[in-house]
Design a protein around this ligand. Sequence first.
Ligand code: FAD
Length: 473
Amino acid sequence: MGLKTAAQYIESLRDGRETYWGGERIADVTTHPRFRVPLDVAARDYRHDSAERRARMTYTAEDGSAAHRIFQIPRSEQDLWSRIAMMRELSIVGGVSSVYMALMSVVEQVRKVNPQYAANIETMYRQARDNDLRAAEVITDAKGDRKRRAHEQDDPDLYVRIVERRNDGIVVRGAKLHITAASLIHELVVMPTKGMRQDETDYAVSFSVPVNAPGVKVINRSFAASELNAFDYPASAHHSMPEGFVVFDDVFVPWERVFLAGEVPLATVFAQSLGLWERTGSVVEAVKMSEIFVGLAQLVTEQQGKERDPVAQNTISELIAYAETLRMSLDYACRHFQTTPSGMVHPNILAINVAKYHYAANFHAAVRGLHDLGGGLVLTLPLEADLRSGVTGDLLRKYLHTKPDVDVETRMRVYNLIRDMTADAYGGWHQVVALQAGGGLNAQRIMMHRAYDMATARERALSAAGARPATTH
Ligand SMILES: Cc1cc2nc3c(=O)[nH]c(=O)nc-3n(C[C@H](O)[C@H](O)[C@H](O)COP(=O)(O)OP(=O)(O)OC[C@H]3O[C@@H](n4cnc5c(N)ncnc54)[C@H](O)[C@@H]3O)c2cc1C
C-alpha cells in the first residue's frame, strides 16, 4: 500500500499477462529488450528523488497517506495548476492514468442511475490510488463499417459487448485498438467509444480489469526500434511507448468491477468524460513541444547565419504564434475552470477543445515551417558514428562548419532533434497522434459546437443586424 518504488512497479508487471510483439509471446515484459525503453519511461513516474520533485508529483490523500498526484481530484484552481505542473513531467503512462479523473468526474451522474456502479468507481479509484497503480484508457473500438451501428456490423464483436450476464458478473468480448501503454499498466479501464441506442444495450458497457485477467490479449506495436542511439535519436531513444491492440476474448468481469452494463444513456456520459482529460494531456504536451519547435527554429536559423533574414523571422514568428496560442489557451482553460456537481474542478471544456483543435489542425503547418528553415540536412545528416570516426569525423567537421561560434556537434544535435521529432519514425507517429489521439478533429468540432454559448452569439448577431435592440457587453 502507498507509493510504489520504481523497482516495485517493475516487479508488479510480472503477473503472467498475455502480451505479444511481432508474433512473439512475451514471457516477461520487464526483461524483454522491446520493452526496455518504454519500461524506463513508465518507471520514471515512480521516482521521486528530490524533495522538490516529491512535492510536485505527490500529495497527501484524504486519509493522510502519500499518493501520486495523478489521483488528486482537483478542488480548486490551485489544485488544477498543481496538476498541470505534474503533467508537464509525467510520462504518457501516468498521463493515460487520468482515466480515473474521467471516471470520478461522472460519478454523481452514474450514482443517479445506479448507486452500485458509482460505488464501484469509487472503490476502484481508491484501490488504484492506494496501490499506486496505472491504468490505460480503453475506449476506441475496432468499429468495422463506420456507417453502421454497433449491433448492425457483420461481426457483432466489432464493438466490445456483453456476451453473458451471470449472478457474479458479466462476460465481455471484442477488441479495443490503439491502447497506449496497455502492456505496461495494471488496469484496463474500458468505456464505450460513443453513445449507444436502446437496441445496443450490450454495447453500453464500462468496467476495469487487470491486464492479466484470463482472456485479455495485448498485441503491441511501436514506432521505435528497441535500441536507438540517443545522439541520432534524441527524442525517441527516451520516449517510445507501445500502443496495444487489446482483445477481450470472453473475459469475466465481477460485478464489483462493472461501471455500466446496459444503461444506454450513460454511454455518452462516459465517452465524453474521457475526452476532456485526454485532450488536456494532449494540450499540455503540445505546449511543451511547440516551445521546443520555436527553440529549434531559432537555433537552426542562427546556425546557418540566417537570423536577420526576414523570411526566416516570419516563419519563426508563425511558430511563436502557434506556441503562444496553445500556452494561452491552456492558461485560459485553467483560469476559467468548471466544477462538477461533486465539486471536482476541471479545465474549461470549450477552451480545451479549442486548444486541442488548434494544436491538431495547425501541427502539420508548424512542422512544415521547421522543415522549410532546416533544409535537407533534416533528413540526410550522417550518423554519430561518422562524427566519432577519424576520416569521416574530420570531413563532417569541415563541411558542416557554418561560422566560428557554431559547434558542429551542437548543430548535428539540433538537426537530429528536428528529424526525430518531425520527420523520422517518432516524427511520423507524431503526425498522426496530433490528429487522432484524444479523438480526431471532428470529435473536437462536435464538442466546440456543443459547449459554445450560441444563444449569446445569435442574439449579438441579431442586434448587429438591427433585428433586435442593441445589447451592451
Ligand atoms: C498513437 C495513438 C494512440 C492512441 N491511444 C489511444 C488510447 O490510449 N486509448 C484509446 O481508446 N484510443 C487511443 N487512440 C485512438 C484514437 O482516439 C482514435 O484513433 C481516434 O478517435 C480516431 O478513431 P479511429 O482511429 O477508429 O478512426 P476512424 O473513426 O475511422 O476515423 C478516421 C476518420 O474517419 C472519420 N469518420 C469516422 N466515422 C465516420 C462516419 N461514420 N462517417 C464519416 N466519417 C467518419 C473521422 O472523423 C476521421 O476523420 C490512439 C490513437 C493513436 C493514433
